[in-house]
Write a protein that binds this ligand. Structure first.
Ligand code: ZN
Length: 117
């Protein structure tokens, strides 16, 4: 798991997009989180947004940890598992600001604020 700063993380994620992949196909699969633990993807897993063959997941233990998870495909459309590729930790108020600006773009809502817990 490569840990990045918030600006690096957001640059690596690239263009924000809403999540549209059906999540049921990932239920029961384990992924490595940026908090250092492995978690099981289930109906409580929070997906912040998605990119091509990847999702940004929020750690279920502490929402301060975000992980870019790669969706492995075996054939063109056949799902093959989840790989935690890189992650970040919301460390400062500035990180929180950057993340909220990013998410406001994802949801096209300038009033949006991600509630950290
Ligand atoms: Zn975690």
């Amino acid at each position: 798991m490569m840990m990045t700063t918030m600006p690096e993380f957001l640059a690596l994620i690239g263009k924000p997009r809403l999540h549209t992949i059906p999540l049921e196909s990932y239920f029961g699969h384990t992924y490595v989180c940026s908090c250092g633990f492995a978690h099981v993807f289930d109906d409580k897993t929070k997906v912040l947004c998605e990119g091509y063959n990847r999702m940004i997941l929020v750690c279920p233990k502490t929402s301060l940890f975000l992980t870019n998870v790669r969706i492995r495909t075996l054939l063109i459309e056949v799902y093959g598992g989840l790989d935690g590729a890189f992650g970040t930790f919301v460390e400062t108020a500035e990180d929180n600001c950057l993340l909220n600006d990013y998410l406001a773009k994802v949801w096209d809502n300038p009033e949006f604020h991600w509630l950290l817990s």
